[in-house]
Design a protein. Structure first.
Length: 251
């Protein structure tokens, strides 16, 4: 919702800048409407156009890196869950008391047992309590021999990794694009559209071009913001790895 609102504000600012420039130009004194002034304005708009292109490129690269990093961590998160369950199964029926809360935890992660429709990596108290309970039940197990001791150690390591990855994903669920960068980008785009509107002819083609261009730019920025927030919006991290992990647990 926040990303859509920002995109809408950007669209309105760009259209307003172009239309305001078109409306103000005829009222300016003659010395401010000559060819030399128009040339300076166009060159300045081109300069900011290059800077804006570089800025958008950096933002796209940053959002893509964030998205790919979260995707890798989600796959690692699901893998550690499967490996933890395998270690518990190999240990024997004594671990059923551990697998029961672990199964509930994985169901909450995939959203299948969450009445509030939480995100897959939501920092909620019940999920944290389940992990603590799983750890306590693991600590209560007493291995009968060296083989069981090794399996118990593996299970503890996988549980520790699951806990670490959970908090990593929680931290990565927030936006990484600074607000100051957004403000600067919008300011540059406003100057560009104002420069394009300077001395532009007033006809339907020009107005339509400005509106469509502003909408396309606002849409592109919206997609960048949406990719930067990987657990919401149209571009989301797939929960398929977590669902496969749950299917393995229920097999």
């Amino acid at each position: 919702m926040r990303e859509a609102l920002i995109a809408l504000v950007i669209f309105l600012c760009l259209v307003a800048a172009a239309f305001a420039s078109m409306a103000i130009w005829p009222t300016l004194p003659a010395k401010h409407r000559d060819d030399d002034t128009n040339t300076v304005v166009r060159l300045t708009a081109n300069l900011f156009g290059v800077m804006t292109s570089l800025m958008l490129g950096l933002m796209i690269n940053s959002a893509r890196n964030t998205y790919e990093s979260i995707d890798r961590n989600v796959h690692a998160y699901a893998t550690e869950m499967i490996l933890l369950d395998r270690s518990l199964r190999q240990y024997g029926p004594e671990t059923d008391v551990v697998r029961q809360p672990f199964g509930i935890y994985v169901q909450r992660v995939t959203g299948q047992d969450s009445p509030t429709h939480e995100t897959p990596i939501d920092a909620n108290r019940l999920s944290e309590h389940l992990l603590i309970e799983i750890g306590n039940r693991l600590s209560a197990l007493i291995p009968a021999d060296d083989a069981h001791s090794a399996l118990l150690q593996d299970a503890r390591q996988h549980l520790q990794k699951v806990t670490e990855l959970r908090w990593v994903l929680i931290e990565q669920s927030e936006s990484t694009i600074p607000v100051a960068l957004i403000v600067m980008l919008v300011a540059w785009l406003v100057l560009i559209f104002a420069g394009f509107g300077f001395r532009a002819p007033r006809n339907a083609i020009t107005i339509g071009t400005y509106v469509v261009s502003a909408a396309m730019i606002a849409g592109a920025i919206y997609l960048i913001f949406d990719m930067d927030l990987a657990f919401s919006g149209p571009i989301q991290i797939s929960t398929a790895p977590l669902e496969r992990a749950l299917a393995e647990l229920q097999r």
